[in-house]
Design a protein around this ligand. Structure first.
Ligand code: TYD
Length: 218
């Protein structure tokens, strides 16, 4: 059976991940390659409902384990409905966040530890591992400030209330950041750390270079 290529994007809120995913999708498609793009949480009808639950800042009373369980419920559905079928069809799947986010945010940020996340991944996601993870790590303080500004703008413009995670304090984000670095050090063959300081074009070029090396080695 043909098998596509599974690429995940990871990073802190405000790291420019979603823009870069879109740029990579356009550049792969312009080469005639089949691409499926999705995001977590979300990406399926069930997932979008789970996303609303998770990100709504009014749901402040969610326990860390509830949060983790919901992330994996979303992920299991996305794998079944979108990711596995697309990979089987030979697509390049670009996924905005995957299990590394759970390890960084719930494992690191919420201090549940890595082990429970890795065990849930093995049990609920059949251990599906990305072929390549692009970890966008910018300067820590700049990234945090950008996430806050973006959130304030969204709230002012739309009344959108997706700011639950961005209300976390900087110690939380420091733990997320440190966990991401640990994951990258643990799995250097899978995880490529991309310096995401620089213009959108500059970061895009860095990403294209890594993807070229990993996907199309000559
Ligand atoms: P989103 O608006 O998609 O943020 P971003 O554009 O930064 O990806 O919100 C997703 C939020 O959910 C983000 O703060 C990270 C968090 N998250 C987790 O805590 N655990 C997870 O497993 C996933 C997938 C996301």
């Amino acid at each position: 059976m043909p098998r596509g290529f599974f690429v995940t994007f990871e990073g802190l809120d405000g790291s420019g991940k979603s823009t870069q995913l879109r740029r990579l999708k356009e550049s792969l498609q312009s080469r005639g390659l089949p691409v499926t793009a999705t995001r977590q949480p979300g990406g399926t009808r069930t997932g979008e409902r789970i996303r609303a639950l998770l990100l709504d800042s009014r749901a402040e009373s969610l326990s860390p384990f509830t949060e983790l369980g919901l992330m994996f419920s979303d992920r299991a559905q996305a794998i079944a409905e979108v990711i596995a079928p697309a990979l089987e069809a030979g697509h390049i799947v670009l996924c905005d966040r995957f299990t590394d986010s759970s390890e960084a945010y719930q494992g690191g940020g919420r201090q549940l530890g890595s082990q429970v996340v890795r065990e849930l991944h093995a049990a609920l996601c059949s251990g599906l591992a990305p072929d390549l993870t692009l970890l966008l790590l910018p300067n820590f303080d700049r990234s945090l400030a950008r996430a806050r500004r973006r959130n304030e703008r969204a709230l002012a413009a739309t009344g959108s209330d997706e700011n639950r995670f961005e209300q976390e304090d900087s110690a939380f984000y420091r733990r997320v950041f440190d966990k991401y670095r640990q994951i990258a050090a643990r799995e250097p063959l899978r995880v490529a750390v991309i310096d995401s300081d620089g213009s959108i074009d500059e970061v895009h070029k860095r990403i294209v270079q890594v993807v070229q090396e990993r996907l199309f080695p000559c």
